[in-house]
Design a protein around this ligand. Structure first.
Ligand code: SAH
Ligand code: SF4
Ligand code: F3S
Length: 467
């Protein structure tokens, strides 16, 4: 950590001070080892943040539990990307009310993207009096301080200030998995797609230093991880604002050069920043998955403009064709929004056209959800939810046929897969370098190993045999 800034060191020291203080008072408050239940919603960024929260909780002497009814500290790390996600969280926060009546010293905390919004902060303050603390996405490192203060008589704590927008290095971490691990390479987003809340709740884009990323990757590899997933809202713009000669393509090449038998994945790629240099890096780097998650959101140029996506359908298709040309066998997945304000059936048909033309491996499809404070929330949105639902089903049906056809084309072929999950009795699932999952009979001892599997058939999953 030689290059850690003074501010960063100061933050860690202050955090450590509070960790020690919490450690001291816990035995005076609980007759058992206190338990913490960390509930995570939303994307991998949040899952990765929660691994840090878990690390911090453990370093204070808490034990982790999945069962919130047995927990002394219950935290909700929330997502704000669609209304549905928010409703679910409020329901679950509500369920802790009963527990707090038991008289035990139970703390309830809300953090993450949803908490970062002023309007949510006010709502929790007013209507959820049993929530002890709420903090935004820039304050994970302050958790020990909040806990210490609240346990020693402070009032409820609300902290969503966003003037501090630095990446904090060196936080403790409790990794959920042993085979696949997350590695955030940047935080925040500068793109301001008009429908999206992320830039408001996550702050400006900030890249981590390449040496910090490479060190973390080294540690992960040394502790046995076989798949490193690089995370960022727009990994393709990695390096912007850093004082060194780096971009995402170069970072991939550096990571690919690390010793060891492991794989590198990344998400999310924004089409506007996806360069030929990056495609070539994906092709050249044998550890890098030959798969691009490249959200296009809409196939209509008119809607893309309204969304502020800064590419058009032709540009997107050119990119796909370049990728297909350069990276043999490359697979694609994408995100799509159906029913953006003002979208007509004709616009939607352009989305269908693109889906048919590219033949994605899989799609993540969403019905547009208006987010308070975004420009799109103020746009006219005349199409009914019901109508949007019909378009949505039409899209799913089109993609289902494409997925089936795609999967069927794997039958008879043999792939090197990373055994990464138990899916049944003596049954494992493994991932190919093209991000395709195959299930096969195998002993659990093969978890984390690479094996060759021949695909026998496609039912609703690909099934194969080890060869
Ligand atoms: N940074 C990534 C996506 C992050 S959010 C990118 O730019 O691709 C994940 C997905 O949620 C988005 O790709 C989009 O398809 C969807 N999404 C974001 N805001 C939404 C909204 N208001 N309504 C519906 N879907 C939304
Ligand atoms: Fe949201 Fe657009 Fe940023 Fe993705 S790139 S997080 S969709 S604003
Ligand atoms: Fe949700 Fe925040 Fe991720 S809004 S999608 S958890 S960045």
């Amino acid at each position: 950590m030689s290059n850690m800034t003074e501010t960063n060191q100061h933050i860690l020291q202050s955090m450590q001070g509070y960790i020690e203080r919490v450690k001291e008072i816990l035995p005076t408050l609980y007759s058992h080892t206190p338990k913490a239940c960390i509930n995570t919603y939303g994307c991998q960024q949040n899952v990765s943040d929660s691994e840090k929260i878990k690390g911090i909780m453990e370093s204070m002497g808490y034990e982790l539990t999945e069962d919130y009814t047995k927990a002394d500290f219950i935290l909700f790390n929330t997502c704000a990307v669609r209304g549905h996600a928010e409703d679910r969280v409020f329901g679950n926060i509500g369920r802790t009310k009963q527990l707090k009546k038991s008289g035990e010293k139970i703390l309830v905390a809300v953090c993450g993207c949803m908490a970062q919004q002023q309007i949510v902060c006010e709502k929790v303050k007013k209507s959820y009096p049993y929530v002890d603390m709420l903090f935004g996405t820039h304050h994970i490192q302050n958790l020990p301080e909040y806990i210490y203060k609240r346990l020693t008589g402070s009032g409820r704590i609300f902290d969503i200030s966003d003037d501090f927008n630095e990446v904090v290095e060196g936080l403790p971490i409790h990794r959920d998995g042993k085979i696949k691990g997350w590695l955030p390479i940047m935080h925040g987003c500068d793109n301001f797609c008009t429908y999206c809340i992320v830039p408001y709740v996550r702050g400006r884009e900030k890249s981590r230093l390449p040496e910090d990323i490479i060190n973390e990757a080294r540690q992960m590899i040394a502790s046995g991880f076989k798949e490193i997933m690089l995370l960022g809202q727009n990994v393709n713009s990695y390096g912007k604002g850093l004082d060194c000669d780096i971009n995402f393509a170069k970072l991939l090449r550096e990571l690919n050069g690390l010793e060891g038998d492991f794989r590198i994945r990344f998400m999310t790629s924004h089409p506007k920043d996806c360069t030929l240099e990056l495609l070539d890096a994906v092709k050249d780097c044998e550890k890098v998955e030959k798969h691009l998650h490249l959200p296009f959101q809409s196939g209509s140029d008119r809607i893309l403009k309204q969304m502020n996506r800064r590419y058009d359908s032709e540009g997107y298709l050119n990119l796909i064709n370049e990728a297909k040309k350069r990276i043999p066998g490359v697979t694609f997945t994408s995100d799509i929004i159906v029913g953006f304000p003002g979208e007509t059936y004709e616009d939607f048909c352009q989305t269908l056209r693109l889906v048919k033309e590219v033949e994605f491996q899989a799609l993540f499809t969403f019905i547009y959800s208006a987010r308070n404070g975004t420009p799109a929330a103020k746009m006219d949105d005349p199409v009914s939810r019901e109508e949007k639902g019909k378009w949505f089903s039409e899209l799913l049906a089109v993609q289902e046929d494409i997925s089936k056809k795609n999967y069927a084309s794997y039958v008879g072929k043999t792939y090197r897969v990373l055994c990464d999950e138990v899916v049944g009795n003596s049954k494992l699932s493994g991932k190919t370098l093209f991000a395709v999952d195959i299930e096969f009979d195998a002993d659990e001892s093969l978890l984390g190993k690479f094996v060759n599997v021949k695909v026998d058939r496609f039912t609703n999953v690909l099934e194969g045999t080890i060869v």
